[in-house]
Design a protein around this ligand. Sequence first.
Ligand SMILES: [Zn+2]
Length: 246
Amino acid sequence: MSAYEYLKQKAYECNMELPKHGLVIYTFGNVSCFDKEKGVFAIKPSGVPYEKLNPDDIVIVDLDNRIVEGSLKPSSDTKTHTVLYNNFPEIRGIAHTHSTYATAWSQAIKPIPILGTTHADHLTTDIPCTKVMSDEAIKKDYEYETGILIIETFKNLSYEEIQMVLVACHGPFTWGVTPEKAVYNSVILEELAKIAYLTKQINKNVNQIKDALINKHYKRKHGIDSYYGQNSIVKNNNKFSGGSNE
Ligand SMILES: [Zn+2]
């Protein structure tokens, strides 16, 4: 039995969450799960549709992009995941989709503005969008350069506070302290993208939500003084559902 069985099972289950939440069609998207101690991550194989995917198809890759275990080719986006694991030391999972609304903002090359409390429940800033990749970088090593573009975007931002990004002209990547949290962030991002789009349709001149509301909503769910849900009893016990809305 493989030493990575647990990691492959987890990656399988997390990948299957993407079609379940309507975030991907056909072979689009991928989730990876990182085991920092072993220095490897499990990722979806390239070009395998979700309905045909099973745990044994999941590929184990190290942080130099070498296949450690698996008979299939890993996702074509593997190098992007490697760059993120190498530069964002606290993350243990990454999800990538082409979910409709988040991808529309990516294609528009616009950050998603923070307009309401649903957004402020999860983060206190706009959701950033990368620059458009240069021709030179596209020709060089496209998937690696996609990772570099994300790292550059976070030069002055906290990847721990903002666990999502739009890659210009492409689509969203999200991450988290667990792979389940990375997937959860993809689901939330799509909802925030949709709500922001609709809000702008109703009133294109709408202003950013005011700071007092941002702080109130973010802080009641995050940090030492959080009191939302059962947090006062069991603090941050469930990272997967953390930040949920009712
Ligand atoms: Zn993609």
